[in-house]
Design a protein around this ligand. Structure first.
Ligand SMILES: Cc1cc2nc3c(=O)[nH]c(=O)nc-3n(C[C@H](O)[C@H](O)[C@H](O)COP(=O)(O)OP(=O)(O)OC[C@H]3O[C@@H](n4cnc5c(N)ncnc54)[C@H](O)[C@@H]3O)c2cc1C
Length: 277
């Protein structure tokens, strides 16, 4: 089945995109890479939408340094993140995550802004940016707004972006000299969404752990982080399993996912320490 859309407009700049959204009477849908949106439209999950194509807006593209933070434009594609030297140096977790996202064709079109706005709890970037303590920058009719990653994800496919707002960029602290960032996940086949995954960051202030595909939204695993800060690996794994209430679905049972995150955390810790699990 093919999409039933109400119209298409190519925005020339951010102001134009915001004006189109404001005039769309609630039917405007921002079109970035289209890798999730077009699939949803093809399944007729909604119809009559006005597609507002932001792909020509250069101000939303690219990676740069902004003071002591790394800034990644919303329209930066997964494949660009995979190959960007600034990302590799200052946010290696995002670079590693791109190896685990879908297939080359999807990575060539999909954007980080689209992945975050889509807020699929099985996706890698939402968990990564929370683990990295990023800030999400949005712009709307009332001007720009900065949202900490910890306040951004609300539920499956739900964020705190308001109607009429567009995600413009994310920014994140540059990795410290001794910082380590790893991601481990298990998928049935290479390129599939993960059955479960773990992002682990170790910086001077302590560890940060965020899981993938184990709940409606990415969350910091604070109890496990405290155990790991205390040097208690087994305690961290037990705390992580205790804290989670993962879903059962056709891919995996809740019990299997709970077991799996413990295995993945063990692997991530070993990776962090330069060992093999
Ligand atoms: C077969 C397949 C396998 C996939 N596997 C994975 C995987 O393993 N891991 C993974 O993480 N992802 C996976 N994806 C999703 C892929 O990464 C998508 O690219 C991503 O989720 C959406 O990015 P997009 O740029 O294509 O957004 P779009 O599809 O264009 O948009 C997605 C949603 O976000 C909104 N939106 C987009 N950009 C903005 C913005 N700047 N401001 C406000 N709202 C915005 C849109 O209106 C829409 O609601 C897969 C997709 C497919 C088709």
């Amino acid at each position: 089945m093919k999409a039933s859309v109400g119209g298409y407009a190519r925005a020339t700049d951010l102001r134009h995109a915001l004006d189109l959204l404001a005039a769309s009477d609630g039917m405007g849908r921002v079109l970035a890479g289209g890798q999730s949106l077009i699939a949803a439209l093809n399944m007729r999950l909604s119809s009559g939408d006005l597609l507002i194509d932001i792909n020509s807006i250069d101000a939303l593209k690219g990676v740069s340094l902004d003071g002591n933070r790394l800034r990644i434009g919303a329209l930066t594609r997964h494949a660009e993140i995979a190959n960007d030297p600034l990302v590799a140096q200052h946010a290696p977790l995002l670079r590693k995550a791109t190896d685990l996202i879908a297939h080359a064709a999807i990575r060539n079109r999909g954007t980080i802004g689209g992945a975050l706005a889509h807020a699929d709890p099985a996706a890698e970037f939402p968990a990564c940016i929370l683990a990295l303590d990023a800030t999400i920058h949005v712009e709307g009719p009332d001007g720009p707004r900065d949202i900490p990653a910890s306040d951004f994800f609300v539920d499956v496919f739900v964020t705190t972006i308001n109607d009429g707002e567009i995600l413009t960029a994310i920014s994140l602290p540059m990795a410290e000299a001794e910082e380590r960032q790893v991601i481990h996940e298990l998928a049935r086949r290479s390129g599939d969404y993960a059955l479960a995954g773990v992002c682990l960051v170790r910086r001077a202030a302590g560890h940060r752990i965020v899981c993938i595909s184990v709940g409606p939204r990415p969350e910091l695993a604070t109890a496990a982080m405290a155990r790991l800060d205390a040097g208690d690996t087994d305690g961290a794994v037990a705390a992580l399993r205790d804290a989670l209430d993962p879903p059962s679905d056709t891919q995996a049972t809740a019990a299997y996912r709970r077991h799996l995150v413990g295995v993945l955390l063990h692997r991530a810790i070993a990776d962090l320490n330069g060992e093999t699990a």
